[in-house]
Design a protein around this ligand. Structure first.
Ligand code: HEC
Length: 230
């Protein structure tokens, strides 16, 4: 359900951006064509904006814990500020207003993609879990007492619990139950790196290779009951 909403939302937002972009280009380059273009796309625009709103509201209501933060309100304000600007801008052929409206929509898209008003993805990753999770855990792979499982547990609590829950079964935003995962170690690692649908990819700027190994060791022991090789 959530994943379907997400795909529909992405599709209608892309269409919406394309319509806005063409209208803005026409306003600047061929204002005489703008009116007929607007007339021809009017129905499409109404459908697209309605779906834009409904799918967005649907996702926010389903997963307020991970999908609504300061960035969400900033995005919402940018989207809603851009609408009257666009309406007046295109109707009165005011280039400044039309351009500002397009910039606001593009900004809202950037905020949404990064889940950060500064458009810095790392802000989002740092806000997923309690910072205390990472305190008092041995993270030095080279040290003799190092154990990847508690290290992985701390990372899991910090980065993953918001969607997967402490037992892996929370299922926020269409998250799979990790206890039922059939992915092997390598596939799990590349899945975490790349992400899929609502799961963000945890790149090497977020998780080091050692951290990724620790996480997967924890997942295997805790979620699927396998032993990890020391
Ligand atoms: C914002 C929510 C979110 C966060 C945070 C998140 N995940 Fe996920 N995760 C998902 C979703 C959604 C899926 C299902 C993706 C799909 O297949 O459509 C998923 C799927 C997975 C899978 C694949 C399971 C399978 O067998 O298909 C693994 C493994 C996984 N997550 C591990 C992690 C780990 C480890 C972390 C923390 C580093 C993490 N996830 C953080 C949402 C999240």
């Amino acid at each position: 359900m959530y994943t379907g909403l997400l795909h529909t939302h992405t599709l209608v937002v892309s269409l919406f951006l394309m319509i806005y972009l063409v209208k803005t280009i026409l306003l600047f380059a061929k204002p005489t064509l703008l009116e007929s273009f607007s007339r021809k796309t009017r129905i499409l625009e109404i459908i697209v904006s309605t779906l834009f709103l409904l799918t967005g509201i649907g996702m926010a209501l389903q997963t307020p814990s991970v999908n609504v933060g300061i960035w969400f309100w900033v995005k919402l304000i940018a989207v809603f500020a851009s609408i009257p600007l666009a309406v007046i801008g295109f109707r009165k052929a005011n280039k400044g207003m039309a351009l500002l409206s397009l910039l606001l929509i593009v900004y809202a898209w950037g905020v949404s993609e990064t889940r950060s008003p500064r458009m810095k993805k790392l802000d989002y990753f740092g806000s997923l879990g309690p910072a205390e999770a990472l305190v008092d855990v041995n993270t030095e792979r080279a040290s003799e007492q190092y154990d990847p499982v508690p290290h992985g547990k701390a990372l899991y609590t910090f980065y993953c619990v918001a969607c997967h829950g402490s037992d892996g079964a929370l299922g926020v935003a269409g998250a799979k139950n990790l206890a039922h995962s059939t992915l092997d170690r390598d596939a799990t690692k590349s899945f975490i790196r790349k992400g899929k649908n609502a799961m963000p990819g945890f790149g090497s700027d977020v998780l080091t290779e050692d951290e990724l190994d620790a996480l997967v060791a924890y997942l295997k022991v805790k979620m699927t009951g396998q032993q990890h090789p020391h």
